[in-house]
Write a protein that binds this ligand. Structure first.
Ligand code: KG4
Ligand code: ZN
Length: 361
């Protein structure tokens, strides 16, 4: 092993915050393995995530997912890797489902005790915020963290959060605005359910919208004229609800075209709000670049809409790869790496924080 190889840090990252059991291994900012075991099929029939089922599944899968991650990462380095080779174990402590978070935290602590490793507590939203900084095994990626120019405007668009964050450095964040009610991903999912698209609906709605025409119905853009950098999506969701209710009250079901068109109009309104708020934030804070993270950034239309705003202000905008848009352990290991550089380790008393905030106003 060369000297630089020796100084490279191997971090194992765990995320069990919701319905994916994910474990990844990073070597500095390079992702060697990112294994995700999804529970979507199990929760589907209930129309949403059932915490007790999520916990049971995390418990059933976590050891297998850890072994797979070690195996895959070892293949990248041409050697057999074990927990002993790790420099630290990073784990999501929140936000997320309490009993689901507990599974990852418990396993992380057990490994730290058994193998005398350092524990790093990671906020799930910081993971999403920094997810576009992950390099692939060939050390290519969207952007290298050394090339970040501050201040960076962060836009988080997930199932639980919608936030604008000003980054003055990695680990130095200021909350500029957030949703006052539903998160944008939540609005996608609730609208999808109203349109009979099942769970999880966000990505299905995005597909339906591709065939739709936004001129047949117009939904409002909440908060468009509000000068703050806060968001709101419940009015949009309610508008879809009343439109659907009116058409189906007498027992008729929505036609395919109506589902396509409503999906499209919903998307247009949701994306417009994201664009308006991002533009307001750019004007006010003059960032040097933009980082986007969270599940909704998997949508090509959302990316296109946000790229348009960035282009208008001649700013570079970075998105995570598709696999890093939704929940994954790699983003947790990545934050773990940055925290390890700052020697921000956690005690073994670490407890889950279902409502953890990355930064408050
Ligand atoms: O970041 P994430 O995986 O989990 C949270 O931390 O919440 O985000 C999940 C959200 C869900 O609301 C899901 O519907 C949405 O991301 N989502 C999408 C797409 N893929 C996932 N929304 C729109 N288009 C997609 N392709
Ligand atoms: Zn997430």
């Amino acid at each position: 092993m060369t000297k630089t190889e020796q100084t490279k840090k191997l971090i194992l990252g765990i995320d069990t915050s919701c319905d994916e059991t994910s474990v990844a291994i990073t070597q500095n900012d390079r992702i060697l393995a990112n294994v995700i075991s999804s529970q979507v099929e199990l929760h589907k029939k209930y129309g949403g995530v059932v915490p007790a089922i999520a916990k049971r599944e995390h418990e059933a899968k976590i050891d297998f997912v850890i072994m797979e991650a070690l195996k895959n990462a070892g293949r990248q380095l041409d050697k057999k890797l074990t927990i002993k080779d790790m420099d630290a174990i990073a784990v999501t402590y929140g936000p997320g489902l309490a009993i689901a978070l507990e599974v990852g935290i418990k396993r992380a602590k057990e490994m730290c005790i058994e193998f005398d490793k350092k524990l790093i507590a990671v906020n799930h939203m910081e993971g999403h915020l920094l997810s576009s900084l992950g390099l692939n095994s060939k050390e290519n990626g969207e952007i290298n963290y050394r090339d970040l120019k501050y201040p960076v405007m962060g836009l988080l668009i997930s199932g639980g959060h919608t936030q604008l964050i000003l980054m003055k450095g990695i680990g130095e964040y200021e909350l500029l605005g957030e949703t006052l009610d539903d998160a944008v991903g939540e609005a996608y999912d609730k609208t999808a359910r109203m349109l009979g698209l099942g769970y999880p609906g966000g990505s299905v709605l995005t597909e339906m919208a591709k065939k739709g025409d936004e001129t047949t119905v117009t939904f409002p853009i909440p908060m468009a004229k509000n000068p703050s950098l806060d968001f709101s999506f419940s009015g949009l969701k309610t508008a879809v609800y009343y439109t659907v209710k009116k058409l189906t009250e007498d027992g008729t079901t929505l036609t395919k075209e109506q589902v396509y068109n409503f999906s499209r109009s919903f998307e247009v309104s949701a994306i417009s709000q994201l664009q308006i708020k991002l533009e307001k934030a750019i004007k006010k804070y003059n960032p040097k670049m933009i980082l986007v993270g969270g599940g909704v950034s998997a949508s090509a239309k959302v990316r296109m809409g946000l790229r348009k705003i960035a282009k208008k202000y001649d700013l570079k905008i970075y998105f995570p790869t598709k696999k890093l848009s939704t929940d994954n352990g790699a983003m947790i290991a990545l934050v773990g790496y940055f925290k390890s550089l700052r020697k921000e380790f956690s005690s073994l008393e670490l407890d889950r924080e279902p409502n953890a905030v990355l930064v408050s106003k």
